[in-house]
Design a protein around this ligand. Structure first.
Ligand code: UT7
Length: 321
């Protein structure tokens, strides 16, 4: 049994923060942000608007495109680093909102690679017959774990959610997924406090993203170059057979480096980082949804997804849409 994406959905909070807005908040310029990252604006959740709110909208849109109702769903996985609560998981909260009862629902935390991890797990459920209609969501409110006085991080991230419906199919859809992690790089990218290691610090507002951006950048470019090679070799496929690169959207310079490695012109790369910033686990399903809805990605196209993020984690997926 194969697993195919039959619907995509995305949702961005209404509130927009431009580079000009950030110029008024920290010592930065539109020119610096645009040149170094490619980001022009990002969406930010309003007070009280949560990861699950965004996930629900994206999930409903994906179900609508797939022609499925919530009662068809028999697996819910939400990739997030910014859950609404310690528990229930965001997936269980989403399940309640969709009025679905009984099917497995759980969160996956692999930061910016979260969606690829979630897709891999859902694929295994579908391939083994344990699920026939999975809802796979990447949803984040990264704005909640940013130090808005730290110009090295606050200009980079945004909030949003993307979702896909992954269904059992006779036709091949997902061809392979490749997951990796190396925890030894934690000092380059982390939130230094969490539940078990100082909840008081979380409550005191000290649990913010810290990143040595320049060093992360170099590892990301090299690692993503390796994972696209690994993915192509595994499938005995040539670069030229890829129709669309759907990368994690952290920085246009990282995206361009991977595109060059694949010898893909930027017209074949879905770029949303300019409009969304880095939405972590939401960035790939959001980018896919944009390209499906504007007619670029069509049924039968060969897609390469790749991501790199905190952990470090990294991964890829090759699929026939
Ligand atoms: O998604 C998960 C993984 N994360 C990533 O993939 C992010 C990877 N890293 C990056 O995207 C880039 O490294 C950044 C965009 C974060 C930074 O770009 P960079 O070209 O690597 O800049 P840098 O960190 O080397 O900083 C260069 C200069 C520094 O000033 P000095 O020391 O040269 O005087 C920074 O202080 O730019 C300064 N700077 C800023 N200036 C204006 C840092 N942030 C800002 C800012 N506005 N917002």
């Amino acid at each position: 049994m194969h697993a195919r994406i039959t619907g995509t959905g995305g949702y961005l909070p209404a509130k927009v923060l431009t580079n000009a807005d950030l110029e008024r908040m920290v010592d930065t310029t539109d020119e610096w942000i645009t040149e170094r990252t490619g980001i022009r604006k990002r969406h930010v959740a309003e007070d009280g608007e949560t990861t699950c709110d965004l996930a629900e909208q994206a999930a409903r849109r994906a179900l609508e495109m797939a022609g499925r109702s919530p009662r068809d769903v028999d697996l819910i996985i939400v990739a997030t680093t910014t859950p609404d609560r310690v528990f229930p998981s965001t997936a269980c909260q989403l399940q309640r909102r969709l009025d679905v009862h009984g099917c497995p629902a759980f969160d996956i935390q692999a930061v910016c690679t979260g969606f690829v991890y979630a897709l891999d797990v859902a694929n295994r459920f579908v391939q083994t017959g344990a699920a026939r209609c999975a809802l796979v969501v990447g949803a984040e409110t990264l704005s909640r774990i940013l130090d808005w006085s730290d110009r090295t991080t606050c200009v980079l991230f945004g909030d949003g959610a993307g979702a896909v419906v992954l269904e059992a199919s006779e036709e091949p859809g997902l061809l392979s997924t490749h997951l990796h992690a190396d925890g030894s790089f934690e000092n380059l990218l982390m939130v230094p406090y969490g539940v078990s290691q100082g909840y008081d610090k979380v409550l005191a507002g000290e649990a913010f993203i810290q990143m040595k951006g320049n060093e992360v950048f170099k590892v990301a470019v090299n690692t993503l170059g390796r994972i696209v090679d690994e993915t192509l070799e595994h499938n005995k496929m040539d670069k030229a057979e890829i129709d669309w690169l759907i990368p994690h959207q952290a920085n246009i310079r990282i995206i361009s480096a991977t595109a060059r490695k694949l010898r893909m012109p930027m017209e074949r790369v879905v770029v949303t980082v300019d409009e969304h910033g880095n939405t972590s686990a939401a960035s790939i399903p959001l980018a896919l949804d944009v390209a499906v809805r504007d007619g670029r990605v069509r049924k039968g196209d060969m897609l390469m997804m790749e991501a790199f993020g905190g952990g470090f984690t990294w991964g890829s997926a090759l699929l026939r849409f």
